[in-house]
Every structure is written in C-alpha cells, then in structure tokens.
Design a protein around this ligand. Sequence first.
Ligand SMILES: Nc1ccn([C@@H]2O[C@H](COP(=O)(O)OP(=O)(O)OP(=O)(O)O)[C@@H](O)[C@H]2O)c(=O)n1
Ligand SMILES: C[C@](O)(CO)[C@H](O)COP(=O)(O)O
Length: 257
Amino acid sequence: MSDRAPAVTPSRTAAVIPAAGRGVRLGPGAPKALRALGGTPMLVHAVRAMAASRAVSLVVVVAPPDGAAEVRALLDDHPLSGHDRAEVLVVPGGGTRQESVRLGLAALPADVTTVLVHDAARPLVPVDTVDAVITAVREGAPAVVPALPLADTVKQVEPRTGAAEGEPELVTGTPERALLRAVQTPQGFDRRTLDAAHEKFADLAGEGATDDAGMVERLGAPVVLVPGHEEAFKVTRPLDLVLAEAVLARRRANDGF
Ligand SMILES: Nc1ccn([C@@H]2O[C@H](COP(=O)(O)OP(=O)(O)OP(=O)(O)O)[C@@H](O)[C@H]2O)c(=O)n1
Ligand SMILES: C[C@](O)(CO)[C@H](O)COP(=O)(O)O
C-alpha cells in the first residue's frame, strides 16, 4: 500500500464578466460598464458582487476592445477589500456579447472547473444568488440560471423584416405566462460544457446568442433554474440607472444602522 497522499484534482470557480458593450440603450456617454453608480463605476460593483462569494477565486473582466488598459487602471484604482481575495484579470472583448464571453473563457487557467458568466450591467446581484448558482453547478447541473416569473404578459409578433417604417406589428401568439421566466446572471456552468457550446456555436449569425445558457440548450444539455433576485436587474435604459441608484442608496442607509 502506498503512503502517498491521494492525487487531488485541482478545481476552482471563476467568473467571466463581459463588460465590452457600448450601452447604446442607456444613451450617449462612456461605455456602460464604466459609468458611475453611487460614485463608483458599474463594473467595479459587478466585480465586487462576484468576489463577494467565497467560492470565486478568479474574475476575468472582458473590456471594450480598445479599452483594456483603461479598465485595468480603473480596477487598480478600486482594489477589492481584504476579505474578497479574488485575482482579477482583464482581457479585450469583441463585437458581440457572445464573442466577448468566448474571449473571457479563453483566458481561464486549466484548473477552473466551474464558470460563472455575469453581465457588468447587473451590478447589484446579491451574493446569495451568486452562491445559489455555484452550489447548483457543484451539485452536478451542467448549466444553472437565476430566473424570475414575468410581471407582464408577452406577445409573439411577426418578424419585422420588410415591414415599412411605422407599420403596426402583427401579433402571432400569446405564450402562457406561467410557463415563462425572465433570466438573469450570473449563469453558472460546468466549464467543459460551456467551452463545448462556445466552440460548437462560434459562428452564430447577427448579434450571436443573447445568453450562454441558450447555447448549452442547443448542445442538448440540461439547463436548470434557481430563484433570481429583483436587485439583479440589468441596467439597460436610463430609468434602470435611477432604480439602481435608489437600491444602492437603500443598501447604504441600511448598512449605516
Ligand atoms: N460586444 C459586447 C456587447 C455586450 N457586452 C456585455 O454584455 C452585457 C449585457 O449586454 P447589454 O446590457 O446589452 O450591454 P450593451 O451591449 O452595452 O447595451 P446596448 O445593447 O444598449 O448597447 C454587458 O455587461 C455588456 O458590457 C460585451 O461584453 N461585449
Ligand atoms: C444574458 C442576459 O442578461 C440574460 O437576460 C441577456 O440576455 C443579455 O442581453 P443583452 O441584449 O446583451 O442585454
């Protein structure tokens, strides 16, 4: 019998934060991830939200294609606090969210086995949501997505291609709302499954896949949901920024008491 310790397979959890978008729907200004929320860039909030999980030891930030040096400097100016000890890498992104995520995945070291993909545009996700996603992946789900029921009824419409400007849209159906979910990030993955999906569907046309779990669905692997959180909303339009400021102010007031 050997007295050597059994070989331990190294295993780490990393978060990839696509932050290369321009934020067109938010209106003119700096790239969305670099805009201030409560006086601090939105991206810094998002990095802190991932590093707040004790399981996350590496955060890969995907910067605007020509902005990696600026993002590196900005993150160095806003270091993580002592108990958030994650390492933070910065890589340049691409022209679509899918491409940016692919470039972030390519920067992960070999010992990363669980990957979170988290929008920089969801700066206020609570750590309990992050941890619930990681736990579900570690328990064996290849892909895990935080999700909420819908408040609005949703209509399906005819494709707009060829429609004249200003022409009303034609409704083609009303999916049963109780069977729909609005999905958030971080989405969590077994690393090999996510790598396989990005490799297989690298050339999706147009804006590419709008989320990573959708690519895993195309592979045929199961995707499971965990409860999302109202504060994990995506800052997309100007009103979202007003809401985000209010949520942050409430948190700071609560922390003060
Ligand atoms: N080429 C791109 C496009 C988007 N993203 C990131 O994907 C996340 C979700 O995208 P979204 O909220 O749509 O951001 P933008 O693309 O910046 O927004 P818009 O469509 O209004 O320009 C954001 O964190 C964004 O920075 C990215 O990394 N690379
Ligand atoms: C990934 C996502 O946040 C899930 O809701 C969403 O699909 C991102 O879409 P966007 O068009 O990049 O905002």
